[in-house]
Write a protein that binds this ligand. Structure first.
Ligand code: DOR
Ligand code: ZN
Length: 353
């Protein structure tokens, strides 16, 4: 990383190796066309989530989706979609072998059925997938985990911590050689679990979970644009996540979980879960790392550790941010609707050149 120093010793610009987003929702059709340029402006690659309607459950569907993503990329932009398969109770070991052989499927995603947006086709009981998980372990196909129990009797703020004991630990005992990414961790419990696990376990962390605690959802009224799953937690958890992200531990890396939903679907009696951060993701992370006095740890978190964990080369290009006030737009166009970005109307310290 290169920095340009101001007299106050805070750099006035930072240049990073071009980063990747290790957890992203791109959607499809006109929505895909609206959000893809935002990601491609900053990131060279992204792990693309498969929770479309219907979900991306096969290598053939992932190939088609990949083509639609590449077709939606504006001329002159470069971006490589890293595809994932949506794990169901019926995913076969053969499908895993096809996915591995494709070269473009880089992970399989576990959504516990009912845990979040478009998870209805997800896994009802992980032991039903054991033959498939065995094949993943054998061929070296990582499992991305939405680590929340879907059990309605468990408090929504406890669902991640409970998942560790009920599912994560047993999964790792059954498949100690399986590479697992604990996606979008939100608790001290998860950060600690990952830090203490062996090197086959890693975690992604979103900008919203680094910058905000659960008060943000209820500041002066209900704030639907701060509602995502797993939900924001209390301040002690946010602090633990900041400590993990800025620790220099290679198990923690960038994954925005940018999840676009039209304004009307968020500002509703039953609003959708998801924060839109693709527009300004690196600016958000830089603001969080600066607040922690750890800007020097941003580059490995954003541009090195994820690629290393997935066994992919680090990118060659670079991305420069300047330290200048950047007011997050109130909204951006989205299909025939609008998207409200995370922290709309607030001022961030950093801006991508
Ligand atoms: O907040 C979320 N939104 N969490 C998820 O797990 C899914 C995502 C989406 O697809 O909208
Ligand atoms: Zn997600």
């Amino acid at each position: 990383m290169t920095t340009t120093a101001t007299p106050a010793a805070t750099p006035s610009s930072i240049t990073l190796r071009r980063p990747d987003d290790w957890h992203l929702h791109l959607r499809d059709g006109a929505a895909l066309a609206a959000v893809l340029p935002h990601t491609a402006r900053q990131f060279a690659r992204a792990i693309v989530m498969p929770n479309l309607k219907p979900p991306v459950t096969t290598t053939a569907l992932a190939a088609d989706y990949r083509e639609r993503i590449l077709a939606a990329l504006p001329a002159g932009m470069s971006f490589e979609p890293l595809m994932t398969l949506y794990l169901t109770d019926n995913t076969t070991p053969d499908e895993i072998r096809r996915a591995k052989a494709s070269g473009f499927v880089h992970a399989v995603k576990l959504y516990p059925a009912g845990a979040t947006t478009n998870s209805d086709a997800g896994v009802t009981d992980l032991v039903r997938c054991d033959a498939t998980l065995e094949a993943m372990q054998e061929v070296g196909m990582p499992l991305c985990v939405h680590g929340e129990v879907a059990d309605p009797s468990v408090d929504v703020f406890d669902r991640e911590a409970v998942f560790i004991d009920r599912h994560f630990i047993p999964l790792r005992q059954r498949f100690p050689g399986l590479k697992v990414i604990f996606e979008h961790i939100t608790t001290r419990d998860a950060a600690q679990y990952v830090a203490e696990a062996d090197d086959l376990v890693a975690a992604t962390i979103t900008p919203q979970h680094l910058l905000y605690n659960r008060n943000a959802i209820f500041t002066g009224g209900v704030r639907p644009h701060w509602y995502c799953l797993p939900i924001l937690k209390r301040e002690t958890h946010r602090q633990a996540l900041v400590a993990a992200a800025t620790s220099g531990n290679r198990k923690f890396f960038l994954g925005t979980d940018s999840a676009p939903h039209a304004r009307g679907a968020k500002e509703a009696a039953c609003g959708c879960a998801g924060c839109y951060s693709a527009l300004h993701a690196v600016e958000l992370y830089a603001t969080a790392f600066e607040q922690a006095g750890a800007l020097d740890k941003l580059e490995p978190f954003a541009s090195e550790f994820g690629a290393d964990f997935y066994g992919l080369p680090r990118n060659e290009g670079s991305l420069t941010l300047v330290r200048e006030p950047f007011e997050v737009p109130a909204s951006v166009a989205y299909d025939r609707d609008q998207l409200v970005p995370l922290a709309a109307g607030t001022v961030l310290n950093w801006h991508v050149v």
